[in-house]
Design a protein around this ligand. Structure first.
Ligand code: 8IG
Length: 280
C-alpha cells in the first residue's frame, strides 16, 4: 500500500514524543525499503555526497518528505532522499541520509537529531556522521579527511531533555576509529568544535577554538553524536576539511583550490567510508 504523504509532524511541540515519531519514521522506512531492519546509518555532509555509491548498490530510495518528522532539504542542491544501500555483497543494509537538518535552520534540536533517532529505531547499531568543516590547524589544508576524536559543543543546547545524565566519555568510538585507521593509517584525529552558525567564525573565535583544544570548526555533528549515544549507537565521526578557518591561512582562500582539493579528496573519502562500513 502506498501511503499518502505523511501529515507534517511538529517535532517542536512539547506534547509530541520525538522517539515515537522516530518509531513511526522507521516503520515507514521499513515499508518503503522492504527490509525490516537496517544495520548501520550514514549521514553525508558537505563534500561527502558521492561516497554512498562506493559503499554498495542502492536497493531503495525514500523521499524524506514522506517520512514522519522530516522536512525537505533547506539547502539548494542537497538531496532530500534517504537510501537503503546494500553493504558490498553482504546481507547488511546501510541507511544513508543525503542531507541533514542544521541547528541554524531554527527548527529546533529535535529536528536536528531526528535522522539519528530514526536510524536507531530502524535498527542501526552504529552511525557514521560526516561533515565538511574549517580547519583551525594550518597544517591540515583543504582536502584533508580527519577522524573526530572528541567534540566541544558551543551551541549551548542538548538533544537530551530532562534529567538524563548521559556519559560522553569515548563518545567517538575508539573501536571504530581503530578500524578507520586500519583502512587509512595516515588519518589524523582531531577535536571538532560545533558553532551555531550560520555565519562563519571571526578569526578571534577560531583562535578561541584552538586555545580550547579544538582542531576543526563546523556547524553540525556534535548534537547528533550526543543523540546517537543516548540511543545506544556506536559513533564514528569523519570530517573533510574544505577550508582553513577564518584567519588561519594568512591569505584569503582561492575558491578554485578548495574545489580542487575537494574533488581530489572525494575518491579517498569514498574508499575510506566504504571500507570502514564493510568492517563495522
Ligand atoms: I564547509 O570554516 C565549512 N563549514 N563553522 N566554519 C564553520 N563551518 C564550516 C566551515 C568553517 N567550513
Amino acid at each position: 500500500m502506498t501511503a499518502p504523504s505523511s501529515t507534517p509532524v511538529n517535532l517542536s511541540d512539547p506534547a509530541v514524543d520525538p522517539f515515537a515519531v522516530a518509531q513511526q519514521a522507521a516503520e515507514v522506512i521499513a515499508e518503503r525499503t522492504g527490509v525490516e531492519r537496517h544495520d548501520i546509518a550514514l549521514v553525508l555532509g558537505s563534500g561527502w555526497g558521492q561516497t554512498a555509491d562506493l559503499v554498495g548498490a542502492t536497493r531503495a530510495t525514500v523521499d524524506q518528505s514522506e517520512v514522519p518528522g522530516f522536512a525537505a532539504a533547506a539547502i539548494e542542491g542537497h538531496s532530500s532522499v534517504m537510501r537503503s544501500v546494500q553493504v558490498g555483497d553482504s546481507d547488511r543494509r546501510a541507511l544513508v541520509f543525503g542531507t541533514r537538518t542544521h541547528f541554524y535552520e531554527g527548527r529546533g534540536v529535535r529536528s536536528v537529531v531526528h535522522a539519528v533517532r530514526t536510524a536507531a529505531a530502524a535498527g542501526c547499531r552504529a552511525i557514521v556522521l560526516t561533515n565538511g568543516c574549517g580547519s583551525a590547524n594550518p597544517e591540515w589544508g583543504a582536502g584533508t579527511p580527519v577522524l573526530i576524536s572528541d567534540h566541544i559543543n558551543l551551541t549551548a543546547h542538548s538533544p537530551i531533555e530532562g534529567p538524563n545524565f548521559v556519559d560522553l566519555t569515548d563518545l567517538y568510538s575508539p573501536r571504530l576509529r581503530g578500524l578507520a585507521r586500519e583502512v587509512d593509517p595516515r588519518l589524523r584525529e582531531g577535536v571538532y568544535v560545533q558553532f551555531r552558525g550560520p555565519h562563519y567564525e571571526t578569526p578571534a573565535e577560531v583562535q578561541m577554538a584552538r586555545v580550547m583544544g579544538g582542531d576543526l570548526v563546523g556547524m553540525s555533528t556534535a548534537l547528533e553524536a550526543i543523540a546517537a549515544r543516548q540511543s545506544g549507537m556506536e559513533v564514528l565521526g569523519v570530517s573533510l576539511v574544505t577550508n582553513l578557518a577564518a584567519g588561519v591561512g594568512g591569505r584569503p582562500l582561492a575558491h578554485e583550490e578548495v574545489l580542487a582539493a575537494g574533488r581530489d579528496a572525494a575518491e579517498r573519502c569514498g574508499r575510506l567510508l566504504a571500507a570502514v562500513v564493510t568492517k563495522i
